[in-house]
Design a protein around this ligand. Sequence first.
Ligand SMILES: NC(=O)c1ccc[n+]([C@@H]2O[C@H](COP(=O)([O-])OP(=O)(O)OC[C@H]3O[C@@H](n4cnc5c(N)ncnc54)[C@H](O)[C@@H]3O)[C@@H](O)[C@H]2O)c1
Length: 326
Amino acid sequence: MAKLITGGTGFVGAELARTLAARGEKIILFDLHPNRNRLEGIEEKVQVVLGDLKVGAEVFNVVRDHQIEGIYHLGSMLSAPSDANPWASFQVNVQGTLHVLEAARLFGVKKVVFASTVGTYGLGTTGVVNDETLQRPITMYGCGKLYCELLGRFYHRKFGLDFRSVRYPAVIGPGVRTPGVAQYNAWMIEYAFLQRPFECDVTGEAKIPVMYFKDAAHCTDLVYRAEKEKVRTVNYNVRGVTPARTARELEAVVKKHIPGAKITYRPKPEVMVFFETLRLEEIDDRRAREEWVWQPLYADLEKVVTDFIEEMRLHPRRYGLAAPLS
Ligand SMILES: NC(=O)c1ccc[n+]([C@@H]2O[C@H](COP(=O)([O-])OP(=O)(O)OC[C@H]3O[C@@H](n4cnc5c(N)ncnc54)[C@H](O)[C@@H]3O)[C@@H](O)[C@H]2O)c1
């Protein structure tokens, strides 16, 4: 029996694959655009299957052919591309998830874990969000993810499928090229490391909850392994860096490591509008902490920046960076 990670060569998927491979699990990575660099060091331990979540038969085939016992469903279009092409986003994120759930139902998969997002919160969201906060997303991405959280819950009720999900905050780590409203966090660190000037597209006071990519993989692994009777809330908030920090605070931490970093601010109105609509300051993840003992390993921003820089220094190929600068 094997585990399947959809979007398995992506930013979080490959890190999760690394965790599972270290435990000796048999893993299949299903991806439309495999990024093999990210699999550096585990190439021999995983199998990559090319496939498209939009095509039901391709999802069914991979689940049937590899005797999949559990699925980590991470394959997705992210927020900015989803807003740019909502029609494609519907097919990948919504219909693709239906295909995964159907494959699980038809081929007897025991468990499905789904990667959701704090982007499922939106209108009227201020301050702290908890698992009871009304989810009224304002983006195509958030709408699709919320639907899938609820669809998974329906599959549990109707078909007894063991479905769980985690709502990541903005995930940061090296080597991400997809633009997004929170991407300045990662790029500020990456550009400084590469000794390139960085122009931040938000104000210095902008703040958004972030999670280090290793913690995203970690909570996904943990929720999968949680005992069934402990999983009562089903769809969970998870927090990362706490408290959330402003861009200027991140700059100060980066400059402790790289004093010569050149960071300037030129806020873009189309980015700032997001921060003005979603005034999300902190994530209350009490349910995850209580039900399956979740604790981020990287709650401290200093620890995130230190590890982020070390990862880029040690594994430039993995993150698609130029040769490391000494
Ligand atoms: N990165 C974030 O800030 C963030 C925040 C909240 C939730 N999430 C969720 O976490 C999960 C992982 O995100 P990530 O940051 O690793 O993104 P990513 O873009 O690095 O990974 C997604 C993977 O899905 C694959 N994919 C896209 N369309 C596909 C399709 N039609 N068929 C098969 N594969 C397809 C991509 O090739 C990619 O490898 C996603 O579900 C995402 O929505 C991410």
